[in-house]
Design a protein around this ligand. Structure first.
Ligand code: NAD
Length: 460
């Protein structure tokens, strides 16, 4: 039974998804991979149209960067998934007599953020179908038409391949209540977004992968190429007008080099705020209730944010840099800012710089990501051991690096786990393997394991 028109409520979507998934559960690896490739390919081929629609409907971000994201991530995700075995026996450990067989988890609910409405849907659909599941998205209220358009593209591909279109669906209206009903009715929940939604996902009573807010702290060590580094940080901070959870939010710089580094930031297109009046105007414009970000400035260019705050900035300003003294809960601007505003702190010692990063993360973004520019391997270890995040991007841009890219080995994703620090179940880049059940066959070994009591109690 196939549905004839697209939008259904959560319960109907679940009913249809179950039927489609039962059919797909018997698919061969070749069939599965053809579907996954089609999901990624259709986003690559329609990158321009999808990006245009995303900007138009969400009123966030910019087309050029979204196109780059669609074409880059679609290729990366397919490259990472294409040779993975997810059907039948996927692993055999001879010496332990273990055989592992992959099984689907069933029907998945995908809750997506309005800040990343195309590639999050693409990658989580690809991960779900790679393991022979069905997926139902709860579109963000600000991305309903776009999600519907994407569903039509996916359905055309599924039809061409002779697969049930209900393997990928989106619910009709998605109020918070609808989303919660959907989460309670499926087998597994994948939730990408802010704290409220992640909390709701974990309260659904279903196994959930909820991943939360970022607040990427970026430390510049002495002795690096300041012009190159400030250009990378500025580019990351304003990519898609700063809405990615991986965008740089605060930078710690050595006080001994402050003049050179600030000059380099200006050269990269930054406007540096140093007057208390402008700082206060920015706080009021960005956090009008003294707590939550002003939705009107999210995903907007630096010049627009400056205008809302009543600050005059030169034409072509890419990023507003604001120097701060207080950290964490004592300073609103130390929080995640989903627009091209970068907090800046000066440190006396590397250790003090790391401490500033930790204090800001303790207030928001704990467990997500951080970024370090250094040539000192001891500093890499120090930073790695002290900063409680799930990924540290070393000497390249966090905005485009933390979710995996061609310059690093992070698993490509758009759903980044924040570990128990961020109240998440994984401290990893979310991927297909979390949407797979595994049956393990344990053969009786030819000879038993040898247990030696001295291993436990030592020799006297
Ligand atoms: P959001 O949490 O406001 O919304 C995400 C989705 O959840 C929407 O569809 C919304 O309607 C729904 N939702 C919200 N509260 C809910 C509830 N209580 N019950 C059920 N559904 C609910 O997020 P957003 O503003 O779209 O995205 C921005 C935030 O997400 C930022 O903090 C960003 O850092 C974070 N983010 C994290 C990742 C990651 O991979 N860790 C990726 C993208 C965005």
């Amino acid at each position: 039974m196939e549905k004839e028109t697209r939008s259904y409520d959560a319960d109907t979507c679940i009913e249809y998804a179950k039927i489609a998934q039962r059919f797909f559960a018997d698919a061969s690896q070749e069939r599965v991979d053809a579907v996954v490739q089609a999901i990624c390919r259709v986003v690559y081929e329609n990158a321009e149209e999808l990006s245009r629609r995303a900007v138009e409907e969400t009123m966030m971000g910019n087309c050029a960067d979204k196109i780059a994201k669609c074409t880059g991530k679609s290729q990366l995700i397919w490259h990472d998934l294409k040779d993975r075995k997810t059907v039948g026996v996927i692993n055999e450990i001879k010496e332990r007599g273990i055989v592992e067989i992959a099984k689907p988890v069933g029907v998945v609910a995908g809750i997506t953020p309005c800040t990343n409405p195309v590639v999050t849907v693409m990658s989580n659909a690809a991960f779900a179908l790679k393991c022979r599941n069905a997926i139902i998205f709860a579109p963000h209220p600000r991305a309903v038409k776009l999600t519907d358009y994407m569903m039509n593209l996916f359905h055309a591909e599924l039809e061409k391949l002779g697969e049930p279109v209900n393997l990928i669906q989106a619910c009709e209206i998605c109020s918070v209540e609808d989303t919660q009903r959907l989460m309670r009715g499926v087998d597994v929940v994948v939730a990408t977004g802010g704290y409220g939604m992640v909390h709701a996902a974990y309260s659904s009573g279903k196994p959930a992968y909820g991943v939360g807010a970022g607040n990427v702290q970026c430390l510049i060590d002495t002795g690096v190429d300041y012009e190159k580094v400030t250009e990378l940080i500025t580019g990351g901070r304003c990519f898609d007008y700063g809405i990615l959870c991986t965008c740089e939010q605060a930078v710690m710089i050595p006080e001994s080099e402050d003049k050179t580094i600030l000059k380099a930031f200006v050269k990269a297109g930054a406007y540096i705020i140093d007057s208390e009046d402008e700082k206060e105007a920015l706080r009021r414009a960005m956090f009008p209730d003294g707590k939550t970000i002003n939705r009107d400035i999210v995903g907007k260019p630096a010049e627009f944010v400056a205008q809302i705050a009543g600050i005059k900035v030169p034409e072509g300003t890419r990023v507003i840099v604001v120097e701060l003294q207080e950290t964490g809960a004592k300073e609103l601007l130390s929080k995640e800012k989903m627009c091209p505003v970068l907090a800046l702190y000066k440190y006396q010692s590397f250790e003090e710089g790391v401490e500033i990063a930790c204090q800001n993360l303790a207030n928001e973004g704990m467990g997500h990501s951080a970024c370090l520019y250094t040539n000192d391997e001891d500093h890499v270890s120090y930073f790695g051991e002290r900063v409680n995040v799930s990924r540290i991007v070393l000497n390249h841009s966090s905005a485009n690096g933390a979710g995996g890219n061609v310059w690093n080995g992070f698993t490509p994703t758009n759903t980044l786990g924040c570990g128990s620090w961020g109240n998440n179940s994984i401290s990893d880049n979310f991927t297909y393997k979390y949407l797979m059940n595994t049956t393990r066959i344990g053969r009786c070994l030819d000879k038993p394991l040898e247990l030696r009591s001295e291993d436990l109690i030592g020799t006297k």
